[in-house]
Write a protein that binds this ligand. Structure first.
Ligand code: HEC
Length: 125
């Protein structure tokens, strides 16, 4: 007969896998009807980790991802437009911050600039 602890481990494994599948396939938040193109991009591509308001998502927390706080005015004021552009286009890896993925293959430069402008609005008081 299978020992109990094996069954228990299997049950924990199933619950854990379910949690991951659930978190990965949870749909991105729907944009409001009057959303700008940049806001739509943000909600579709960034909110998964950074949260709808920029202060981090529950999914990021679940996976122990620490995406920083894009809604903190003091932090965001210290970051240049060029930095926001570069880290979105090339990801964090080139500057030793590998948690942030690169979007240069998915988004045009114009879209990334537009997104950077949108990020500023998240941090306005
Ligand atoms: C897979 C999760 C994930 C997604 C999706 C994601 N980010 Fe990030 N982002 C991170 C993490 C993690 C960091 C922090 C990296 C570090 O500090 O090591 C980060 C950092 C940043 C920073 C720098 C913040 C700072 O304080 O220096 C900016 C700006 C940023 N992300 C913008 C975006 C934009 C714009 C998008 C959508 C196009 C996006 N991110 C999508 C995970 C993500």
């Amino acid at each position: 007969m299978t020992p109990r602890w094996v069954l228990l481990l299997a049950a924990i494994g199933v619950i854990f896998l379910n949690a991951i599948v659930f978190a990965v396939f949870w749909p991105a938040p729907a944009p409001p009807p009057d959303a700008s193109p940049a806001q739509r991009l943000y909600l579709a591509r960034c909110a998964t980790c950074h949260g709808v308001r920029g202060n981090g998502s529950w999914r990021a927390t679940l996976f122990l991802i620490r995406p920083g706080n894009l809604s903190d005015p003091r932090r965001m004021q210290a970051l240049s437009d060029q930095y926001l552009f570069d880290i979105t286009k090339n990801g964090g890896a080139p500057i030793g911050r590998p948690g942030m993925p690169a979007f240069g293959f998915h988004l045009s430069d114009a879209e990334i600039r537009d997104l950077a402008r949108y990020l500023r609005t998240l941090a306005s008081p």
